[in-house]
Design a protein around this ligand. Structure first.
Ligand code: NAD
Length: 480
């Protein structure tokens, strides 16, 4: 049984109070490691270490910071196979997907922000013949980064990389459901020569260590990715403390398929958008609206392709659809499928837990599920399920498509499938979402703003947005 450790002040250490949580492999249902359930004492130790490292890291040259971060990125690449395997075991995602998406992006995140740090500049504003203003952008100090389980190392690095590149010291908490790759990453930090205390990784539950990180008076900014309910809780818990908050929250993303789309390509990509990572991506398109003239034809082709997805052991290279992350999450997803039936939905394919043989006989597998016949207002179409469940519905015109797409509390991402250029622009402008993909899905340029509107979050990550979030602007005005 592997015992995971915290990473504080440059060292791997046990939790001070000696409390641990079980870590379960989703594909087998078996406990396979133990993780620290850190508490306030561990946090104080980490905050002290971060404080001691703060001045020196903020004053380390940009080149040197970038070199250390690039070394970390190289080490991720050098250990990619082990990390992909660890992610597949810990999360239940197919290993081929973990390699191509999760681990590839983890080193890309770090390299991207290492370089961004050396390119980042601030503004100046001249006032005719009166004065000149220039903006200083200093690191905030100690910042907290809290990440979810669906892309464990990918989203963890997406937060800590810009924080470190801009000269902050970090207290980070990965999800307690998928701690393994953050633990392996802490060993790589030691190997890369990241100075002690610059990054501290505390493992444990939201209640035990997540909450204390968000409310600690010395932690001045919180970058959080997770559910909207947790985001609301953090907002309330930190009210009156005047912290900088970046909240990347849930989604219930619409996919709009117009009759003039490239049919085969669209079917293929809409399946990918709905079911990648077992539907456990905040960006997955789970509400699929299809223009009526092609509805029946699209439905048939879509279901046919969904039924071809190979469900299997995440460690099998051929697997396209792995396990859900936990038993509790599987039960939540299955309960939504039952709800969909009560709400009048018809299950076109899937709808059940999937039984595998051998090593995975007790795994948390759910069949990719397609539902039709639901109203837009029902709970199945309004609440985030975050699993391999999508709902398909017809629409008659562009206006109706927009009303359906915008008819939820969420506003993270969307995709639009059409060959009509003018319509693509019109719809993109009117969709209430932080991200609109036209004839593609999850095509990511790390320089672009990333985040949502409405209940999907506050603030943006990515490129300059992240660099600005992790720095404090100060205007200096000099009179001529
Ligand atoms: P979650 O909100 O349960 O947990 C996220 C993280 O917050 C975990 O590390 C957890 O331990 C911690 N946490 C829980 N309670 C806390 C508290 N009171 N204070 C501080 N930290 C606390 O979310 P999850 O189940 O891990 O992830 C799934 C959710 O994340 C989905 O809603 C999904 O849409 C969302 N998500 C959003 C994005 C995005 O970029 N917008 C990306 C991925 C996932």
């Amino acid at each position: 049984m592997q015992i995971i450790e915290n990473y504080i002040n440059g060292q791997l250490v046990a939790p001070r109070a000696g409390n641990y949580l079980d870590n379960v492999e989703p594909a087998t249902g078996q406990v396979y490691s133990q993780i620290p359930n850190s508490c306030q004492q561990d946090l104080e130790f980490a905050v002290t270490a971060a404080q001691q490292a703060q001045y020196s890291w903020a004053n380390t040259s940009l080149e040197k910071r970038a070199a250390i971060l690039c070394r970390l990125a190289d080490l991720i690449d050098a250990n990619a196979e082990d990390l992909a395997r660890a992610e597949a075991i810990d999360n239940g995602k197919p290993i081929a997907f973990a390699r191509k998406v999760d681990i590839y992006r983890s080193s890309a995140n770090i390299r991207f922000f290492a370089h961004a740090g050396t390119q980042f500049s601030s503004e100046s504003h001249a006032m005719e013949n009166i004065a000149i203003n220039y903006t200083l952008r200093d690191p905030i100090g100690i910042v907290g980064c809290i990440s979810p389980w669906n892309f464990p190392l990918y989203l963890f690095t997406w937060k800590i990389a810009p924080a470190l590149a801009t000269g902050n010291v970090v207290i980070a908490k990965p999800s307690e459901v998928t701690p393994m790759t953050a633990y392996l990453f802490s060993k790589l930090c030691i190997e890369a020569g990241l100075p002690a205390g610059v990054l501290n990784i505390l493992h444990g539950s939201g209640a035990s260590i997540g909450g204390p990180i968000t409310t600690h008076p010395k932690i001045k900014a919180i970058s959080f990715t997770g559910g909207s309910a947790t985001g609301a809780h953090i907002t309330q818990a930190t009210a009156g403390m005047f912290k900088k908050l970046s909240l990347e929250l849930g989604g219930k993303n619409p996919t709009l398929v117009f009759a003039d789309c490239d049919f085969e390509e669209t079917v293929k990509e809409v399946v990918r958008a709905a079911f990648s990572n077992q539907g456990q991506i905040c960006l997955c398109g789970s509400r699929i609206y299809i223009e009526r003239p092609i509805y029946e034809q699209f439905k048939q082709a879509f279901v046919e392709l969904v039924e071809k997805l190979k469900i299997g052991d995440p460690l099998d290279e051929q697997t396209q659809h792995g396990a859900l992350v936990s038993e509790a999450h599987m039960n939540k997803v299955l309960s939504y499928i039952e709800l969909a039936k009560q709400e009048g939905g018809t299950i076109l394919t899937g709808g059940k837990r999937h039984q595998l043989d051998g090593r995975c006989a007790n795994g948390f597998f759910v069949e990719p599920t397609v539902i039709e016949g639901l109203t837009n207002q029902c709970r199945t179409n309004q609440e985030e399920i975050f699993g391999p469940v999508c709902s398909i519905m017809p629409f008659d015109d562009e206006q109706q498509a927009l009303e359906l797409a915008n008819g939820t509390q969420y506003g993270l991402a969307s995709s639009v499938w059409t060959n009509d250029l003018k319509r693509a622009h019109r719809v993109a402008k009117q969709i209430e979402a932080g991200i609109v993909w036209i004839n593609c899905w999850l095509l990511r340029d790390l320089r672009t703003p990333f985040g949502g509107v409405k209940s999907s979050g506050v603030g943006r990550e990515g490129g300059l947005e992240a660099m600005r979030f992790f720095t404090e602007p100060k205007n200096v005005c000099i009179k001529y």
